[in-house]
Write a protein that binds this ligand. Structure first.
Ligand code: WTA
Length: 650
């Protein structure tokens, strides 16, 4: 019988850590919350010293000039040194850092020890240097989950270059926008990647994206035998450059507040924004959240299934676990290749002990049935995590019962691209673990739930999730090239001293928070963050579209899916136009953004000032009463809208 890491509250669906779990956990003392909040600056100052090797200690721990703030001012360190060198120096060079699993089952895993990682990262850092990349320069990364992903990120960090990863399923247009915004001179990509048994071409998209951008050099990782066109003088094969490069490269001494990376995310307007993360604060935060929330020990094997294109892939498939000196599994491909038992096969074969995935994936697995899970022995698991969107009770229970076999705690981790690391979650050694309740603000972070009039809400009343200063060290430091947007997005609704998360939330009890979802125009499609604005921009560029509005529709598996209301000009609706519009969205953003439905209507409902009333459209797609239409400029539009959304009632 495998160890039970949790026990159930006899009366309620609430779980607590077992004595064994408490004993093993890196953090099991609940007084830490109070201690940390009494003096967060002191707490983080001690934690930063404990977690990382600094070449120079800071002279000021926190500084705030609202809405801007800084941590560890004057401190110096290098992120790649902290993720690699120091583990080698401490005698852990032969420990497995990364076990990379290719999608094709006839290929062997690639194992990189910390020593291997040191050599490869150093070589690649020298390659980047030879291309003229200097401290502070931006490097674009357009990579699927190939085995070189962490090498690319850490090589940038080693020389103080700022990486900007673009999700490989994003379109050439999205890549181009981001390369331009970041002014990246070098791009790292791959010629292809495996997905559901097929070798897909990536280089072609990368070429289109690099065209008309500031990119002068493209480094191409060879993943498979795809026919690849290389531009002379611009494109270079990664493996050829690596062979010739010097295997030693001294890590650059960076200021704690130097940017480590930019990651673009969807905001309330159409144009994605480049969220900036710094070096020392981010890494301190990534370290402690990995250590306490995933409870990483020396003998753990951690698997975070997120793609590097998202913040979760940055913090929990690279910086956090590596800073902790942990062993991680990275998987290249699809969860259902060659069948739906692939994930569980990987867990069993690699004795994964901590597993972190998204509710969408859990719902997909649940739909396929437990027989795929039952084929494998999952007794190595001891902590399960969820991220990306609220997890519903059914998915939570399925995860708990069938993956954790009623033995493992589930940490439902709430955070954002902007927060850099998990901010609300239970800790495995403290608990409780409650379905649909994310849990408690991480020690040293401070949250309140306020209503519109800035009054704190009572238990079970809905409100807005707000972070209070001092802001956690892992928080964003700005929006690339656009400080005004930073202030407007996060620090205007509740003043410049409170961070507005754009999420709705409730107090479940005095300690624990239930996050209910976005209150802005953001939707989470299979855990991927998209805004109605960027979708509408993509649709509106189609020549026959006069106007459009996109709203989310709840979906059993994907959480939400986009539905588009479109007013055409000069042409009649047809299947061809529907197809063209969908194609347009895929080309401009990527397949993640594919609308589920295009609904052609005569008019969109508008306020007297001409604003589209998305609230009404949202109600129509969920088949709920639309409420008051008195303030509409065109109440007559409603009859047509109701008729067209009738498909919902069938
Ligand atoms: C949502 C992902 C409820 C939330 C790390 C947030 C969640 C947005 C949870 C950020 C959770 C993430 N429970 N909602 N455990 N985790 N969210 O930037 O709406 O891709 O604001 O970062 O995801 O999405 P992002």
């Amino acid at each position: 019988m495998a160890t039970k890491w949790v026990i159930k509250d006899k009366k309620k669906a609430i779980y607590w850590p077992s004595e064994k779990m408490k004993k093993k956990a890196n953090m099991s003392d609940a007084s830490i919350y109070k201690k940390a909040l009494n003096n967060p600056k002191k707490f983080w100052s001690e934690k930063a010293l404990e977690a990382l090797d600094w070449s120079k200690k800071w002279n000021k721990v926190y500084e705030s000039k609202p809405p801007f703030f800084k941590w560890f001012l004057g401190g110096k360190l290098n992120a790649s040194y902290n993720c690699i060198d120091r583990h080698v120096e401490n005698g852990n060079g032969d420990k497995e850092a990364i076990i990379w699993i290719p999608e094709p089952t006839n290929e062997k895993p690639v194992v990189l020890t910390y020593k291997d990682l040191l050599e490869k990262v150093s070589r690649f850092a020298n390659v980047l240097k030879s291309f003229g990349v200097k401290k502070g320069d931006r490097v674009g990364i357009y990579l699927p989950m190939v085995s070189e992903v962490q090498i690319a990120l850490l090589a940038c960090a080693r020389i103080g270059a700022v990486h900007g990863v673009v999700f490989s399923a994003f379109s050439a247009e999205s890549l181009n926008d981001r390369l331009n915004d970041a002014n990246a001179k070098v791009l790292i990509t791959a010629n292809g990647y495996y997905r559901k048994g097929k070798l897909l071409d990536l280089k072609k998209k990368a070429d289109q994206g690099a065209k008309g951008s500031p990119v002068k050099k493209v480094i191409v990782i060879k993943r498979g035998e795809v026919k690849t066109k290389m531009s002379k003088g611009r494109d270079y094969w990664f493996h050829e450059l690596m062979e010739k490069a010097d295997p030693e490269c001294k890590p650059a001494e960076m200021n704690s507040e130097s940017p480590l990376f930019i990651l673009y995310t969807s905001g309330t307007t159409g144009k994605p924004k480049g969220v900036i993360h710094d070096t020392g604060g981010y890494l301190t935060y990534a370290y402690w959240t990995s250590k306490w929330i995933f409870d990483l020990h020396d003998d753990d094997v951690f698997w975070c299934t997120a793609d590097v294109g998202w913040i979760t892939g940055h913090t929990y498939a690279c910086y956090g676990p590596l800073a902790c000196g942990a062993t991680q599994v990275i998987y290249e491909g699809a969860p259902n290749y060659p069948d739906w038992s692939r994930f569980w096969k990987i867990v069993e074969e690699n004795q994964v002990s901590v597993f972190y995935t998204a509710p969408t994936a859990i719902r997909m697995f649940a739909k396929q049935g437990v027989e795929f899970v039952k084929k494998h022995n999952l007794n190595s698991l001891r902590v399960l995590g969820s991220v990306g969107e609220p997890i519903d009770k059914d998915a939570w229970m399925w995860y708990f019962n069938h993956i954790g076999n009623k033995r493992c705690p589930i940490v439902d981790t709430w955070w954002q691209t902007e927060t850099g690391g998990i901010q609300i979650s239970a800790l495995p050694g403290i608990g409780p673990f409650i379905p649909t309740v994310a849990g408690r603000p991480f020690p040293g972070t401070n949250f309140v739930i306020l209503d519109e009039s800035r009054k704190e809400v009572k238990k079970n009343e809905g409100g807005y999730l707000i972070q209070k200063p001092p802001f956690a060290p892992g928080m964003l430091r700005g929006v690339w090239g656009n400080p005004k947007r930073y202030e407007k997005t996060y620090f205007s609704d509740y003043g410049n001293k409170l961070y507005f998360t754009s999420d709705g939330a409730k107090y479940f009890d005095k300690n624990n928070i239930r996050v209910t979802g976005r209150v802005d125009d953001t939707m989470k499609v299979a855990g991927h963050r998209l805004t109605t604005g960027e979708l509408e921009d993509a649709i509106a560029t189609y020549e026959h579209v006069s106007e459009c509005a996109v709203v989310p529709e709840p979906d059993k598996i994907r959480g939400q899916v986009p539905v588009a209301f479109v007013v055409l000009k000069g042409v009649k609706e047809s299947e061809k136009i529907t197809e063209d519009i969908i194609k347009q969205v895929i080309e401009e953003i990527g397949p993640t953004a594919k609308p589920k439905q295009i609904i052609f209507v005569n008019e969109l409902p508008k306020t007297r000032s001409g604003k589209i009333m998305r609230r009404i459209l949202k109600k129509l797609v969920i088949n709920e009463p639309i409420g008051n239409t008195m303030t509409l400029q065109n109440p007559e539009s409603i009859a047509d809208l109701k008729k067209k959304t009738n498909y919902k009632r069938k």
